[in-house]
Design a protein around this ligand. Structure first.
Ligand SMILES: CC1=C(CCC(=O)O)c2cc3nc(cc4[nH]c(cc5[nH]c(cc1n2)c(C)c5CCC(=O)O)c(CCC(=O)O)c4C)C(CCC(=O)O)=C3C
Ligand SMILES: [Fe+2]
Length: 393
């Protein structure tokens, strides 16, 4: 394996590999959601996120309070900077020259800022790495649409796609070995933390948590081989069975959701983590490890919905609960992301690639299908999207 430095003598990191394994790409776009840095950012950030989404004002005020409770600052930006540094370090260690540019859909540095930076460094063809592991409108297509919308505003969207910097995207990576391995490590740390807290690890339930989405978005996400929830269930089984093998006791697990929004009349994926804790406590469950596999780092949803709200619920119910970490900058995750970038590059070069994958689902598409991950089934978004087979909506 390329990353196994033990098999080759130490080489200076400055010697470029010829030809670069990242070709045809000359830059990596670390593409994320964004979040506020200070109280004055909160309302404009929420406006950016919710433009035209029909989220009730009451929900927005409530979410605003979550941010104000943390000084108006989301942890997400610092975490993305840490991931950027980790990616740069991993690329340098492998002798790969590929500048990393960071951009967000909803806060500075915006997509537009990132494209400007790409132009400034002379990039012609970038590969986008989105900070969402699972495929759905929110975690995939919305990023692809944002690229097209921003290029259009810059006067750089032609019939065939970008007339400026070109973009491809790394596939949804929830079932890549690096992501799964890092989550197994995080879950094992969670079980250790539970034991430290006096919990009964052998009797504990492992509850995976992810962001809820509307049922309609879930249904539309199936276009790419398996729906959003099925993707979680597939890696959940894998993470739990691997953790169980290492812990040497059975690990029972379930999937729960957090951060529901939208009007109450609109069905979203359930059970909510708080409802599930309440129900299981009623059945006698005392010990819980919550593992937020739906998030790649400790976003506000993790800091508020899990560490604050769900923890309070668990405490009220008399449970011993811990929250496992997110993959963050864990070594297997970062290594896996760089492997994925090189895999995407090989696909772009037209090579026959053996895509690394774990679980029962196939590797997700690197080039999205025309109707992939629409917002709602059968309803074309009306917005062109990059990184697919054509600009078709
Ligand atoms: C699947 C999914 C992910 C996981 C994948 C990924 O990681 O990308 C995710 C991530 C995130 N969501 C975030 C924040 C928000 N999401 C909102 C609203 C929504 N999210 C949705 C889905 C998802 N969202 C959906 C279907 C909506 C309804 C509106 C719509 O249909 O689009 C709202 C509006 C208020 C509210 O309703 O809560 C906010 C403020 C932040 C930043 C956190 C921080 O600051 O640390 C992050 C990383
Ligand atoms: Fe969200």
């Amino acid at each position: 394996m390329m990353h196994d430095m033990s098999v080759s003598p130490a080489a200076p990191a400055t010697i470029p590999t010829q030809p670069s394994p990242a070709l045809p790409y000359d830059a990596l776009l670390l593409y994320s959601f964004g979040g506020p840095n200070e109280p004055a950012d909160v309302v404009p950030f929420l406006r950016n996120v919710t433009a035209g989404k029909g989220i009730p004002d009451a929900r927005l005020e409530e979410v605003g309070e979550h941010y104000y409770g943390f000084g108006g600052k989301s942890p997400i930006n610092e975490q993305n900077l840490a991931l950027k540094t980790a990616l740069e370090t991993e690329l340098a260690a492998r002798g790969i020259e590929l500048p990393v540019v960071w951009g967000n859909r909803n806060w500075a540095p915006y997509t537009d800022d990132a494209i400007t930076e790409l132009e400034e460094i002379g990039a012609k063809r970038a590969v986008a790495l989105v900070t969402s592991a699972y495929s759905s409108y929110s975690g995939c297509r919305q990023y692809r649409e944002d690229l097209a919308v921003v290029l259009d505003k810059r006067g750089q969207l032609g019939e065939e796609g970008s007339t400026g910097v070109e973009f491809d995207k790394v596939r949804s990576y929830f079932n890549h070995p690096g992501f799964v391995e890092a989550n197994v490590d995080a879950v094992l740390d969670g079980y250790r933390a539970l034991a430290d807290k006096g919990g009964d690890a052998a009797a504990a339930k492992l509850i995976f948590v992810t962001h809820s989405i509307p049922d309609t978005m879930e249904a539309a996400s199936r276009v790419s081989q398996a729906t959003y929830s099925q993707q979680h269930l597939d890696v959940g089984e894998l993470i739990a069975s691997r953790a169980s093998a290492i812990l040497r006791h059975p690990v029972e697990w379930e999937l729960a959701y957090c951060s529901r929004s939208g009007p109450p009349s609109q069905p979203w994926l359930e059970p909510d983590i708080n409802d599930l804790l309440t129900e299981r406590a009623g059945e006698g469950l005392r010990d819980v490890v919550m593992a937020p596999i739906g998030f790649v780092s400790d976003h506000m949803e993790v800091a508020y919905d899990l560490d604050t709200e769900a923890m309070a619920t668990a405490t009220e119910l008399g449970m011993t609960a811990v929250r496992a970490g997110t993959v963050g900058t864990r070594e297997p995750f970062v290594r896996g992301l760089v492997d994925l970038v090189l895999e995407r590059a090989a696909i772009a070069r037209g090579e026959d690639v053996d895509e690394a994958v774990v679980g029962t689902l196939p590797p997700f598409r690197s080039v999205c299908a025309p109707n992939c991950c629409l917002r709602r089934d059968g309803e074309p978004s009306g917005v062109p999207a990059l990184c697919g087979s054509g600009l078709a909506v």
